[in-house]
Ligand binder design. Structure first.
Ligand code: DAH
Length: 330
């Protein structure tokens, strides 16, 4: 058989194999070895080159190369079309009517949601956010705020002592003192955080809760401004239909002082959400601010109370039970 005939025979064999091209990867590999392997049919033809007459060698080489390129490229496209078909089959066989796998999705705790909202509102009217220690000394939690030794809040009943002169802060007001110790006026901050009280637990009081403190110190700060800002806050938080009242009150660190109540339509009664007032000049003197130049207002609000009113939650203890049925609603 001439080389030309042998080439024709290999080409025919290969075409026949292509017509029944396998889909199984082991069989595909066998075919590759048979035609394109080191001792495959194409390679074997190349090995006969030595016995070809010199003047015919160039022509033979050209024909052989053409065969090799043809076999390689047809083989690769056959492999490609097999894998394409397989991919198509996989998608065709997916049953889109089967129910999906339900993955439980977590949600943001209502206290965190409320805190985020409070922060956004005060940021939009020029307040920065600061944080302070949850364990503090009696000086920052009480004394510097003009809360005297005999004040009932300093009683062991109301305060958790970690050790002598280290308390779990009973309010975020301690951070007012830290801020004023560290910065010169004017300052305008809100301070979100946890506070702790050793008091009787009820639907509206828990041993741990969250407050957002506010402190604004500048040259011309008035009670009217305090009232305006809190009124604005309450309206953005609860909407324009909210029923709100300012009530005169007493705090040692503010003078005059007030409390803000929101009407709880579920319980048909007022609910206190914050205390506020003009910073007591005694507090300014303690931190070394000149009270003849600087004036300020401060407030401290209870986040659980606000969340209860906003989401109509009847009992503060729900926030701390981690009951999925409760949390899922937010
Ligand atoms: N610290 C007070 C409390 O926990 C709330 C409070 C009242 C904070 C008046 C203030 C304020 O900053 O001016 O009951």
């Amino acid at each position: 058989m001439s080389l030309k005939d042998k080439i024709g025979a290999v080409r025919n064999d290969f075409r026949a194999a292509l017509d029944k091209f396998p889909t199984d990867s082991i069989k595909i590999d066998e075919l590759r070895v048979r035609f394109l392997g080191r001792k495959g049919e194409v390679a074997q033809l190349f090995s006969t080159m030595g016995s070809i007459l010199a003047e015919e060698r160039a022509e033979a080489g050209k024909l052989l190369n053409e065969l090799k390129v043809e076999v390689q490229s047809l083989f690769e496209s056959a492999v490609e079309s097999v894998s394409k078909n397989q991919r198509k089959k996989e998608t065709d066989s997916a049953d889109y009517t089967l129910p999906g796998i339900d993955t439980p999705i977590g949600s943001i705790h209502p206290i965190e949601q409320t805190l985020t909202e409070v922060k956004e509102i005060f940021k939009s009217i020029g307040f920065s956010i600061a944080y302070g220690p949850e364990i503090d000394d009696e000086y920052h939690n009480f004394e510097a705020l003009n809360i005297q030794k005999h004040h009932p809040a300093r009683d062991m009943q109301d305060t958790f002592f970690v050790e002598d002169n280290a308390v779990l802060r009973t309010h975020t007001s301690n951070v007012q003192i830290h801020l004023m110790e560290n910065e010169e006026p004017p300052i305008r901050y809100i301070v979100p955080g946890r506070v702790y009280r050793n008091e009787a637990i009820s639907y509206k009081s828990f041993c741990l809760f969250h407050q957002v403190e506010g402190l604004f110190v500048d040259k011309n700060v008035s009670f009217a401004e305090l009232k305006g800002s809190l009124d604005y806050f309450v309206r953005r938080m609860f909407g324009d239909d909210v029923k709100i009242r300012f009530r005169p009150s007493y705090f040692p660190f503010t003078e005059p002082s007030a409390e803000v109540d929101i009407w709880n339509s579920e319980r048909n009664q007022w609910m206190e959400i914050l205390g506020c007032g003009m910073v007591n000049p005694k507090v300014f003197e303690t931190v070394g601010y000149d009270s003849s130049i600087w004036h300020g207002y401060a407030f401290g609000m209870g986040i659980e109370r606000i969340a209860m009113l906003k989401y109509k939650i009847q009992d503060i203890r729900h926030f701390y039970r981690n009951d999925i049925r409760f949390l899922e609603q937010f």
